[in-house]
Design a protein around this ligand. Structure first.
Ligand code: SF4
Length: 506
């Protein structure tokens, strides 16, 4: 995956969507699209917090900036939220002991809305007149800024700068009698992408936006229900996978069992296709498909569409590995680990100075000279955003003696920004949106460059191609076909001063 602004730390917010500008450099994968956040919740288990911590650890790839857990012990809510990795805090017994109770919800964060400051760490918690309420959110609301402006004008006092907080205020301000009605009324007001895990003193609640853009699954451990972003978080604790939470479904667990609500008109689902391309862990099953198998199919389809005569297939680790396996298996060209990743460097928060970025690269990834010297190689990566990291990779292969360096991306060119929780830069920052394939080839210095076609992406998923009348996925970063209204975006374009002021304040 190539050069992407990783919003982290509290930097100047991009007034349109609060995207931070500080880079977290994680060398060859450093500038990657980062999924924004993972959620986990469990009901009725005596070790609820310890299990939630393990679940969040398995979801660490969805957010490395901060983590939090809220639990309820039958009398009181307990909350522990920290900046940093899950293991930095929640591996410590004394912290888990401060989270008693049999219900817990947790969140790992990567900020796209709101800076990386403690008050933005989720789950967010508030004492409402209906009692305590905690919520963790994966996704991004496309009318969050507009709702926030209206709530603040109505006298609401915001505690965080996240879009998620508007959900708390909408529930608090609802005049409905039952809690679940208040919650559903709030969901009917928000738009965009959300997978939510929430809790009250009696309930664990899960909800997915009506199009199912972000994933949410149901599992079970020792008879206790679990809600989480990916099946890998069930595997780590030996929990059984039950099913995906349906798009537009609100599921509630309490002492009486489970109740499902479907408050939205049925619409064709549009799950985010990037969960398969990059976000979800390869060992997760997303909407019934193995992420690993789908990525291998992307690689095989890439070989079908744009093979070139080479000696070895080299993945850009780790995210390019499954597609490179698929490419090698289909083309019959040997697969070689031409780039070695040092997994013990961990993610580094580096101030964005070119020199440091350069050293960052060498620290984590290095060329495996024996596998590539004198060879014609084809590099396989999952996607390209800005092109700067791809450029470094090509140069590193040439410096290590590769005779030819061909570059292939196991996803189509990214042409449009995302407003559903992924920190894609705006169009100006997307290399493919501003350059032809040939210009990009020259910029990264490869002998040839090709992307998976949009139809090829759908074929690799088992469809005849993309049906523009009924696309099966949210794929708008490739197609520009946004599946929901973009209220904030529209407003910013028409009333820039008002909302961008709000964005700057958030
Ligand atoms: S733009 Fe759409 S397809 Fe691309 S990452 Fe975002 S939600 Fe997924």
């Amino acid at each position: 995956m190539d050069e992407m602004q990783n919003p982290s730390a509290d930097a100047q917010l991009d007034p349109r969507f609060g995207q931070a500008a500080i880079e977290t450099q994680d060398d060859l994968e450093g500038d990657t699209l980062r999924e924004e956040c993972g959620v986990f919740g469990i009901f009725g288990h005596p070790d609820a917090s310890a299990i939630t911590a393990l679940g969040l650890h398995a979801l660490q790839h969805r957010g490395q900036e901060a983590a939090g857990i809220v639990s309820y012990d039958g009398a009181r809510f307990h909350s522990e939220r920290r900046l940093g990795l899950v293991g930095d805090t929640f591996s410590r017994r004394e912290v888990i002991e401060r989270l008693p109770g049999s219900v817990a919800v947790g969140h790992v964060r990567y900020s796209t809305t709101g800076a990386t400051i403690l008050r933005n760490v989720q789950p967010l918690f508030a004492e409402l007149n209906a009692g305590g309420f905690a919520v963790g959110h994966n996704g991004n609301l496309t009318n969050g800024l507009t709702l926030r402006r209206d709530l603040v004008r109505g006298g609401a006092m915001m505690q965080s700068t996240t879009d998620t907080e508007v959900i708390l205020h909408l529930v608090a301000q609802s005049r409905r009698s039952r809690f679940i009605e208040r919650f559903i009324e709030a969901l009917r007001t928000i738009e965009g992408a959300y997978a939510l895990v929430a809790m009250t003193n009696k309930k664990l609640i899960g909800a997915r936006d009506p199009l199912g853009i972000r994933p949410l699954v149901l599992g079970e451990l020792d008879g206790c229900p679990i809600l989480t972003s990916e099946t890998c978080a069930l595997d780590i604790i030996g929990a059984k996978f039950i099913r995906d939470i349906d798009p537009g479904e609100v599921i509630v667990f309490d002492d009486n069992g489970a109740q499902t609500h479907k408050p939205f008109p049925l619409r064709p689902p549009r799950p985010c296709v990037f969960e398969y391309i990059y976000f979800s862990r390869p060992d997760s099953i997303v909407h019934g498909r193995s992420v690993y198998e789908v990525r291998k199919n992307f690689g095989a389809q890439l070989a079908r569409e744009s093979h070139v005569d080479v000696d070895v297939v080299v993945p850009v680790p780790d995210s390019g590995v499954p597609a490179a396996v698929g490419y090698a298996q289909y083309s019959g060209v040997p697969f070689e680990l031409g780039i070695i990743r040092n997994h013990y460097v961990g993610r580094t928060f580096i101030q964005p100075t070119q020199a440091i970025r350069e050293s960052g690269v060498r620290m984590k990834h290095s060329a495996n000279r024996i596998a590539i010297e004198g060879k014609r190689i084809i590099l396989i990566d999952d996607s390209l955003v800005r092109g700067t990291t791809s450029k470094k990779i090509v140069r590193m292969m040439r410096d290590a003696g590769a005779r030819e360096v061909h570059f292939r991306l196991a996803s189509p060119p990214i042409l449009y920004p995302d407003y559903y929780g992924i920190d894609l830069p705006d169009r100006g920052g997307l290399l493919a949106a501003t350059h032809s394939i040939e210009e990009m080839r020259e910029i990264i210095g490869a002998d040839s460059l090709a992307f998976l076609s949009v139809d090829g992406m759908y074929r690799a998923m088992g469809y005849p191609g993309r049906d523009s009348t009924n696309p099966k996925f949210a794929d708008h970063c490739f197609t520009g076909d946004y599946p929901t209204n973009l209220t904030d975006q529209d407003q910013i374009e028409h009333q820039p001063r008002q909302l961008s002021l709000l964005a700057e304040a958030s």
